[in-house]
Ligand binder design. Sequence first.
Ligand code: SF4
Length: 330
Amino acid sequence: MSDEIGYKAINLAFEKGKLHKDNTLWIDFVGGETFLDFQMLQTMVSYVEAKNKDYGYSLLFSTTTNATIFNQDILNYLIEKEFTLKISIDGDQETHDMNRVTTSGAGSFDIILKNLKYIKEFEERTGKVVQVTNVVTENNYKKYYESLVFLTQELGLRYIDTGVDLSIKWTDEQIAVLEKEIERSFDYFIDCAKNNQGFRWEFADKVVNLKKQERKKFYSCGAGIVSSYVRTDGGVYACPGYLDSSVELGNVTKKIEKERIRKLVNFRGIDNPKCESCDISQYCVEQSCIMQNLAGTGDVNKPLKIFCKMRKLMHKIHVDNEEIISHLVM
Ligand code: SF4
């Protein structure tokens, strides 16, 4: 991203921030790989801080990195600016290197292992837990449980969030295997909690809070209304999970299409008879995730099969473990 686009994106965020009552401006740097141009990140943070003298927002900075580029200076800077940090590791060396390779084709696991000391130091010095994303895809889903154990036990990571590859047409057989892996992982999660070795796992958060988070009658996450993402070409998008030009909300160098934002504001749910008659409809946010539906099925009214199945699995695990869940402090 050029500095010019970056400045314009920030100017837009400052102006739109006035429309929200929380007086908070959260700037999230995501890639590609953010640290490829750490200089630019620093330039933008300085710009935000200087500009904020006229606005007085509470500022939040966060970034996601694949942890292949790290050093003490980067670490000190992130700590000084009170960043929240998210990294991507899929599992053990074999699992990670299946999909995350350098431009020369070599696996990147060894580099990450070397840089893990910075992640640990970040956690020790800030008291903040680094969120780790592992992505489940066609060639690693059978090792989901193993990967979760590895990340939490071998690497000692305390906050795992799992992404699912939406580009795959997941078959029923593959989903059935993944469901077993996740059920096993939930048992492991509970055992760890009982043995005072608890960790945070996004899937378990959703299981535990399933009934607390009843689906609201509007667009659930507010993407495009309370948050937006800017691409390197200046295109503004509601959700980083779907950056197709068909859903561009405008461009920081030209104009923002208010009509497109209005459509998101007025969204009241999908039109899907199967979801309407579903037993767990009231607890299912998959229905209202417009961008996820578009990215996965091309149809705003059609949730992806894998997310539908995962939501049903969350409900099943919740019901099966209601007694234990009532004792968990999340
Ligand atoms: S679980 Fe599936 S069928 Fe039920 S409401 Fe959610 S997406 Fe629709």
